[in-house]
Design a protein around this ligand. Sequence first.
Ligand code: EPU
Length: 307
Amino acid sequence: MATRQLEIVKERLSDAVSENVPLSDWTTIRLGGPARCFVQPQSVEQLVELLQLLATLDCDYRILGGGSNLLPGDDPVEVPVIHPGNLLQWDRDDDCLRVGAGVSLSAFVARANALGLAGAHVLAGIPGQVGGALVMNAGGRYGEIADLVRQVSVVLPGGTRRELEKADLRYAYRHSELPPGAVVVGATLALRRTDDIVALKRESGRILKEKNAAQPTASWNFGCMFKNPPELSAGRLLDQAGMRGLACGGARISTLHANFVENLGQATAREVATLIEACERAALDRFGITLEREVRVWEGSAKDHYR
Ligand code: EPU
């Protein structure tokens, strides 16, 4: 991003732009160099204005959700980073909730449970925000967010708003197909009414407890590195390949679950990437399996990231 472009964006959207924001403050693995231009739109209208402006400036961008399945690099990010974390609208329409992209998944789960609306409870313990969860199709053993999706609202590059139906997104295991560069601003999520709120909360609590026992939920990490290959567990494969506890500088493969890499406090993104690559090699050498990354690694150009 040229300095002149940055000045124009700052001038037009002064209340939404911050400069040189360390992405380590915005990722759950606490890593990432500074974003030269970090934009937090205060409303969908302002996001529309931003995307119109970036189109006229011919400027690429990256999108940051809850930062829970993301590894930025250590170097500064030169293109604007858009964080829709302030899009926090809530609405109930019968058994559906309309939820803004910036709402945390845990708040969504808690609110749905309290209202006696079942379905969200299976997402208990999953970090991140609704927007990122919709892009990644976040989920676990008991279900995924795609199971709840009715419609997803996005703003396209150039600032066009669009309502996408579930079928448009071609959801699959940890996969969606959004139009390139689309920023999710919210979704209509369909739930099921239940009279037994106590049982709903109990089940949600049980799922959370199970997750906390099996995964390093308290350390700095970005969740699973790899998707599970069909009928297999990436964690078990990496464990069998001896990767559990392997360290590189300040990064380490979790001693609890081999599909997690942790920042022990002083890691660099490069060290984490080295461990990810070591796991890929180990799965290939030992089992002939090419693991597919679940984590989004910000390397290459912004266009590669969303195309
Ligand atoms: N296992 C090992 N060694 C390990 C890790 C796991 O032997 O180091 C074994 C476990 O004992 C278990 C099996 O592998 O028998 C599967 O492990 P686990 O039950 O922990 O589930 P997972 O398949 O590794 C998936 C999701 C998680 C989700 C959990 C629970 C993926 C890639 N992972 O993990 O999602 O929380 O189920 O629902 O789909 C994520 O996507 O980031 C994520 C954390």
